[in-house]
Design a protein around this ligand. Structure first.
Ligand SMILES: *[C@@H]1O[C@H](CO)[C@@H](O)[C@H](O)[C@H]1NC(C)=O
Length: 327
């Protein structure tokens, strides 16, 4: 009797050591990424060091996702807030975490008008701006060479509504000529990384911005600019999921690969998440989906409760809809 009790105590101890995560946190959901992998695609999430250091967040991301995008830590104002003084601690942590958990990383983002420090915005001289852009791209891509699956090289360069060039230090200095410089620099810095142009409101095929993205990317690729992919951010409002598939098909048709890069849907209706997932599954060169955060309270638009997990770390109904949508 005594021996039996001792043995079972010892056995329980070994089990606890072998499965520490399960003992502290039992509610890890089934993996949507595992289902996407069967189709050769990934299902990822935006996060960063602070959330990756929260045990429950990290446990869910480790168990149920296959890719991470740094939500903020690789944006210019975070990565190079002062000229040539790069801040590596936060992005290093994310890249290392991803490696430790066999997850791929989408690098995000270089040439963008927002979260761009004033010292860059205020550059008036074209040669100086070119030096600064090239150094930024070369330094980040050099550090993470071989560890980043894809980079968003250019982000949100088109205006909403008419799809014209957005006003920024980039467009003021080069017109759209920064696209060629940025992509050629990126290709030379890491020839294996997939290079993306990324934007939002590409959700309906007939809107001017979607059409502009399609025609300009066609033109740039024909001219030899090394754009591998289009990222459709997919920050959706209720009702927009319906036309999303047709728009994605149009975008994916002009590039070797494409991805849904920042998905969130106001209200997180289960059918709408399923519709968007099916849109990617139905397109051969759509390589994966990234949702823009794990839990609603950590979302950039938390009041819209657009994500797949609630404050209690429980999967919302849309999670099961995704599991069911992907066979
Ligand atoms: C990755 O794993 C190494 C080796 O186990 C460990 O030292 C490091 O802290 C881990 N880093 C992260 C961010 O998980």
């Amino acid at each position: 009797m005594k021996l039996f009790v001792l043995l079972s105590l010892a056995f329980a101890g070994i089990k606890a050591l072998a499965h520490p995560a399960q003992d502290t946190f039992l509610d890890v959901p089934a993996s949507v990424d595992a289902k996407f992998k069967k189709h050769g695609k990934y299902f990822g999430v935006a996060t960063d060091i602070k959330l990756l250091k929260e045990e429950k967040n990290a446990a869910i991301i480790a168990a149920a996702f296959g890719a991470v995008t740094p939500e903020n830590s690789m944006k210019w104002d975070s990565l190079e807030p002062k000229i040539n003084a790069f801040q590596w601690a936060w992005p290093d942590y994310l890249v290392q975490w991803a490696g430790n958990h066999s997850q791929i990383v989408r690098g995000h983002t270089f040439v963008w008008h927002s979260q761009l420090p004033d010292w860059v915005k205020n550059i008036k001289d074209k040669a100086e701006l070119t030096t600064v852009m090239k150094r930024h791209i070369n330094t980040a891509m050099g550090r993470y060479k071989g560890k980043i699956y894809a980079w968003d090289v250019v982000n949100e360069m088109f205006k909403d509504g008419n799809g014209e060039l957005r006003d920024s230090v980039w467009s003021k200095t080069y017109g759209d000529g920064f696209v060629k410089i940025a992509f050629e620099t990126a290709r030379a810095a890491d020839s294996k990384a997939k290079l993306y142009i990324n934007d939002f409101n590409l959700d309906q095929l007939n809107n001017a911005k979607t059409q502009k993205m399609i025609s300009k990317v066609k033109e740039w690729r024909a001219a030899g600019i090394p754009i591998d992919g289009i990222g459709s951010q997919a920050h959706l409002k209720p009702g927009q999921a319906a036309g999303f598939g047709a728009a994605l098909k149009g975008l994916c048709a002009v590039v070797p690969e494409c991805a849904i890069t920042e998905l969130d849907i106001e209200g997180a209706k289960a059918e709408e998440y399923a519709t968007v997932a099916k849109a990617c599954l139905d397109i051969k060169n759509c390589v994966g989906i990234t949702v823009w955060g794990l839990r609603d309270p950590d979302s950039w638009r938390k009041e819209k409760t657009p994500l797949l997990f609630g404050a209690d770390y429980k999967a919302k109904p849309a999670w099961n809809a995704l599991l069911n949508a992907v066979q």
